[in-house]
Design a protein around this ligand. Structure first.
Ligand SMILES: C[S@@+](CC[C@H](N)C(=O)[O-])C[C@H]1O[C@@H](n2cnc3c(N)ncnc32)[C@H](O)[C@@H]1O
Length: 183
């Protein structure tokens, strides 16, 4: 069985955790990382690594002296990524995005997320977004991919500037690019 098919089976098996049956597309991997800085010594955060497709793209985008804290609730996915991506900059954390402040003290230069907000309570979504906002540096982004536009308002309530882009090929993937601006 090829890797893409194995990932699809693993996602489908854990549908209530993953909220998806396939990995996000290549177009999304590129678009969601477009605001990441490649300046030296920065800290980045990823929420929901799955089998690590976006994780790899983040590592390709940031500098060699930066770090990536990657959160994932599924233990098997964490083990898979630890085995397949050997990169000293990557710290895989088997815990939920809502616990970010336990592990990361900030300042964070960018958050990239593919966790299924549509499955979360309003309270849980609010905690995740507010914690991330608090940790982020001024002028940096929280970028999120989702299969719907319906969560956009939750992001607008926390972030200072939010833009929505959609994957033109697969019309079902929306990327929210949300910026923190403290004047
Ligand atoms: C839609 S999949 C995306 C996986 C991969 N990044 C991609 O783009 O294909 C969402 C991932 O988020 C994980 N997840 C769900 N809730 C989470 C949470 N609260 N914190 C961290 N990861 C979570 C799931 O286990 C799953 O691996």
């Amino acid at each position: 069985m090829n890797q893409k098919l194995k990932t699809a089976f693993a996602f489908a098996k854990n549908i209530f955790e993953t909220g998806a049956i396939t990995e996000t597309s290549r177009e999304v991997e590129i678009d969601i990382c477009k605001h990441l800085s490649n300046a030296k010594g920065k800290v980045f955060v990823e929420f929901g690594i799955g089998h690590g497709n976006i994780t790899q793209e983040i590592l390709n985008s940031i500098s060699h002296t930066s770090k990536l804290y990657a959160f994932e609730v599924n233990k098997e996915f964490c083990e898979h990524v630890r085995e397949t991506i050997t990169d000293e900059r990557l710290i895989v954390i088997n815990d939920g995005a809502e616990q970010v402040k336990k592990y990361v003290k900030g300042p964070v230069s960018g958050v990239v997320s593919s966790i299924p907000f549509s499955f979360f309570s309003n309270e849980k979504a609010k905690i995740i977004l507010e914690n991330a906002y608090e940790l982020l540096e001024n002028e940096s982004y929280f970028s999120q991919v989702l299969y719907t536009k319906f969560n956009f308002k939750k992001f607008q309530m926390v972030f200072d500037e939010c833009k929505l882009t959609s994957n033109k090929k697969l019309l079902t993937e929306y990327i929210y690019h949300c910026k923190k601006i403290t004047v």
